[in-house]
Design a protein around this ligand. Structure first.
Ligand SMILES: Cc1ncc(COP(=O)(O)O)c(C=O)c1O
Length: 394
């Protein structure tokens, strides 16, 4: 199907669908009916091939218990990983779970004890903080630095942290939410060597792997790993199907994989996958490439429109679109504004919900995260209101 056949500019009214983004905005921002640019899902319908597959499955009518370990599902994953990332996967390593964070949480429990450290690059996706503290582990932060036009990790600092025996796990976010950093292969290889040296296991959350822009290339952790590893991902971000609840991954070693299935099926009673999520993944990975490529073009143009508008209003920001994700991580510190005053202005006067940067940890202070996964007309309104909000508090 030709890219022009997909039109992402048509708004879909999501009100009344119990969607977190629009219907529950008051839960986080205290006020209803704000124009939302918050949780990372998009305002677009999923790919037509996914909708057709779901409709066909629903038309069958029987939605009994199911299995994920079938050739259709594992074949679709192999095909996707090979065709998008030139990554040949070992089907023996494949695992399934209800969500990426559920899978991350289980591996943290398996690979560390209460009180031990989980190393995370910060700022970090807020659920990382919650799952690490919720499992009584200690979040050990390695701040990302911004230099030149890119975010990077100080490997000396990382080594000092990995060398401490209490720090058992590196929880990598690749690509990285919220900065959008795409890890270069050399950086991943350096981290893999350090983790092998200090016997640190690696959980790589690659849920944003399909949303990489420009010259950046996503390298799956499986292709650099040198110590025990688990890679978790899903089509949920790229095909906008997170509420179907389905994720998959790879766990490198047999013992950890068996322990994983023991926990999932026996301890937690989750033997059957959500069959609609399995159906959606098969369709997305087999037939969704053209839609995703068209979406890429649209989202990149969205991010460039954010840059153009912001930089025209505030040249000091010199904001550059991220290397990946539809999340605009905007550093407002050059303007010297009070972040709390800005939020009050955005919520109460501009009627817009934009994530305050500190949601993603202390390093996020002075930033905002604006979700650009929506039709351009909505995005333009949001950016206009952000600009007006900044003017009001500057
Ligand atoms: C890095 C990262 N991991 C995981 C998730 C959530 O995935 P799931 O709903 O499958 O747990 C998100 C959602 O924003 C994310 O950004």
């Amino acid at each position: 199907m030709k890219a022009e056949l997909f039109d992402f500019s048509i708004p879909v009214d999501r009100h009344g669908t119990w969607c977190t983004q629009w219907d529950y905005v008051a839960d986080r921002f205290g006020v209803a009916d704000l124009l939302p640019f918050t949780i990372s899902d998009m305002d677009f319908s999923t790919a037509p091939c996914v909708l057709e597959a779901l409709q066909q499955r629903l038309a069958h009518g029987v939605l009994g218990y199911s299995r994920w370990n079938n050739d259709d599902f594992t074949g679709a994953i192999s095909y996707w990983m090979q065709s998008r990332f030139a990554c040949k996967i070992d089907p023996q390593t494949l695992v399934y779970g209800p969500s990426v964070i559920y899978m991350v949480a289980e591996m943290i429990r398996q690979w560390s004890a209460p009180g031990e450290g989980v190393v995370v690059h910060t700022p970090a996706y807020d659920a990382f903080y919650k799952t690490i503290s919720g499992n009584e582990r200690k979040l050990v932060s390695v701040p990302l630095r911004h230099g030149g036009r890119e975010w990077h990790c100080d490997m000396v600092e990382l080594e000092q942290v990995l060398a401490q025996p209490k720090n058992r796990v590196l929880l990598l976010c690749s690509p990285h939410n919220p900065t959008g950093k795409v890890w270069r292969r050399e950086e991943l290889e350096t981290m893999a060597a350090l983790c092998a040296r200090y016997d640190v296991k690696v959980i790589s959350d690659e849920i944003h792997m399909d949303m990489v822009w420009g010259d950046s290339v996503h390298t799956p952790w499986s292709s650099v790993a040198r110590s025990p590893w688990a890679l978790f991902t899903s089509a949920s971000k790229s095909f906008n199907i997170p509420a179907l609840t389905g994720a998959w991954g790879m766990i490198g070693d047999t013992d950890s994989r068996e322990a994983w299935f023991q926990a999932l099926k026996n301890r937690d009673g989750l033997s059957s996958p959500a069959v609609l999520a399995v159906v959606a993944h098969i369709a997305a990975y087999r037939d969704g490439a053209a839609w995703l490529d068209a979406l890429h073009d649209y989202l990149q143009a969205n991010l460039h429109s954010v840059a153009d508008a912001l930089n025209a209003a505030f040249p000091a920001l010199n904001w550059q679109p991220p290397q990946s994700t539809y999340l605009a991580w905007i550093d407002l510190r050059p303007l010297g504004i009070d972040g709390q005053a800005l939020q009050q202005e955005l919520i109460h006067h501009q009627k817009v919900a934009i994530m305050p940067g500190e949601t993603y940890g202390a390093e996020g202070l002075g930033f905002v995260r604006l979700n650009a996964g929506c039709p351009r007309a909505k995005l333009e309104q949001g950016v206009e209101r952000l600009i007006a909000g900044i003017h009001a508090v500057i």
